[in-house]
Design a protein around this ligand. Structure first.
Ligand code: NAG
Ligand code: NAG
Ligand code: NAG
Ligand code: NAG
Ligand code: NAG
Ligand code: NAG
Ligand code: NAG
Ligand code: NAG
Length: 367
């Protein structure tokens, strides 16, 4: 076993990127000790690795040179993302409890005035297998005990800061982690199968989200076998959510076998959501129902309080007409709005809800 400790790179003042990539390619095990900061000014391609250990106890800090990253980051077409660092290969372990710092503040400030800015992603796990934020075409990947913080210190909110995005990936486990951000906590993008997102504390986020799916015409999106249990969701826009596009000129797909359970929520705008008319007006949704079918979904053991943003509404199951949602089950739901809004309202449309708590959703509108 060849171990290299990267303390020697410190204080070079320049770019530690090439030396870090070189070290990981040449050695089985690379250590970044606690007091060490690697300053990275160029993109890092660590793909095609095999049996590697990176003990990241110090800090990997990317420069705030936005124009460099925009012009040179690894580009991923899906939602216009650029990655600073890609890691791929077989049997790779990154641990050590260290920090990856993307200098997010300059990006949050720029998003405030530039809505077409590319979305920066610190680390993309690319075509990796057997591994431990963008998981793209990955298999058998585990994230355990990760803290993510993407909080703006200026008046500009942190934007596009998803904790984890899973895309075209199978067998991904995200457990025992804390996320403090302003976008999705965990998001399952198209073709995410056999995924677990459990034992999580999410603060300030957009929640645990399946979708949005069915956005691109001619593309079929699959989310199947997803479990999310034991989640603390605080100060968030959503708790557990499934969203799919409807309307003319969109895509299609299936959401199948999804289970959300033991969610404890506080100050959440929409604690429990299915939105199968995402970004589509009611009239358009009636004429062009979503082609993303949603089936075999359970929401059980939900408790806590909403923010009151939608007054007394604490849960909303809004499906497209024409039986596009089936076998939606609910049990043990104890969600409350802030006291000034009185009793909780459970809203639903075009869905036949079953389970112990089905009576809460007994008054569904049909369109
Ligand atoms: C990364 O490096 C590998 C091996 O050198 C190369 O084959 C691959 O094309 C590079 N990937 C990207 C996205 O540039
Ligand atoms: C993650 O955050 C938790 C709670 O704030 C803290 O106890 C833990 O030490 C942190 N872990 C790391 C690796 O920073
Ligand atoms: C917005 O960001 C993009 C790069 O993502 C860039 O091409 C464009 O020039 C920027 N627009 C403004 C107004 O700065
Ligand atoms: C993922 O793990 C399963 C079960 O251990 C194994 O059968 C499969 O080959 C692995 N997939 C890849 C791409 O390594
Ligand atoms: C949670 O987010 C709120 C803002 O929404 C912030 O004030 C608070 O410090 C955060 N708490 C933790 C533990 O991250
Ligand atoms: C998802 O997988 C299906 C079946 O393999 C495929 O037809 C479809 O193109 C994939 N969609 C995406 C977004 O990769
Ligand atoms: C549903 O998914 C879970 C894992 O999330 C799996 O254990 C279970 O077997 C799946 N059920 C069916 C009917 O496929
Ligand atoms: C979902 O889980 C079931 C039961 O384990 C399995 O038979 C099925 O193949 C899984 N679906 C996918 C897309 O992996």
């Amino acid at each position: 076993m060849h171990i290299l400790s990267l303390t020697t790179l410190v204080a070079s003042g320049g770019d530690d990127g090439p030396a870090f990539v070189d070290a990981v390619q040449r050695c089985d095990s690379v250590k970044i000790p606690p007091e060490t900061t690697l300053s990275i000014a160029t993109r890092m391609n660590m793909t095609g690795l095999k049996d590697k250990k990176i003990e990241l106890s110090g800090t990997v800090k990317f420069t705030n040179d936005m124009s460099y990253w925009i012009n040179n980051g690894f580009y991923f077409e899906f939602q216009d993302q650029i990655a600073f660092w890609i890691v791929g290969g077989k049997n790779i372990h990154i641990n050590g409890g260290g920090t990856i710092d993307g200098s997010g503040q300059v990006w949050y400030d720029a998003f405030a005035t530039n809505s077409t800015l590319l979305r920066p992603i610190l680390l993309t796990v690319y075509q990796a297998t057997d591994w431990i934020n963008f998981v793209n075409e990955g298999h058998n990947i585990t994230y355990d005990g990760i803290n993510i913080s993407a909080v703006s210190t200026s008046s500009h909110l942190a934007k596009n800061t998803d904790g984890w995005d899973i895309y075209r990936s199978d067998n991904v486990v995200i457990i025992n982690s804390n996320i403090d951000n302003g976008d999705d906590c965990v998001s399952l993008k198209p073709n995410s199968t056999n995924i677990i997102a459990s034992n999580l504390y999410c603060n300030g986020s957009h929640g645990i989200s399946v979708g949005s799916l069915g956005q691109y015409p001619g593309v079929y999106d699959i989310v199947e076998n997803f479990t999310s249990t034991n989640v603390q969701m605080h100060n968030a826009e959503n708790g557990a959510r499934i969203k799919a596009f409807a309307g003319p000129g969109v895509g299609s797909g299936i959401v199948k076998n999804v289970s959300f359970s033991f969610f404890t929520e506080a100050n959440v705008d929409h604690p429990l959501v299915i939105d199968q008319c995402y970004e589509t007006s009611a009239t358009e949704c009636a004429e062009y129902p979503s082609n993303v079918y949603i089936q075999d979904v359970t929401f059980t053991d939900f408790k806590g309080t909403s923010s009151g943003k939608t007054k007394s509404v604490v849960a909303s199951l809004a499906c497209s007409p024409d039986s596009r949602c089936s076998n939606i089950r609910v049990g043990d739901i104890y969600l409350e709005p802030p006291s000034q809004y009185g009793d909780a309202t459970y809203s639903c449309q075009n869905v036949n809800v079953t389970g112990d708590a089905a009576s809460l959703f007994s008054d569904c509108a049909t369109t």
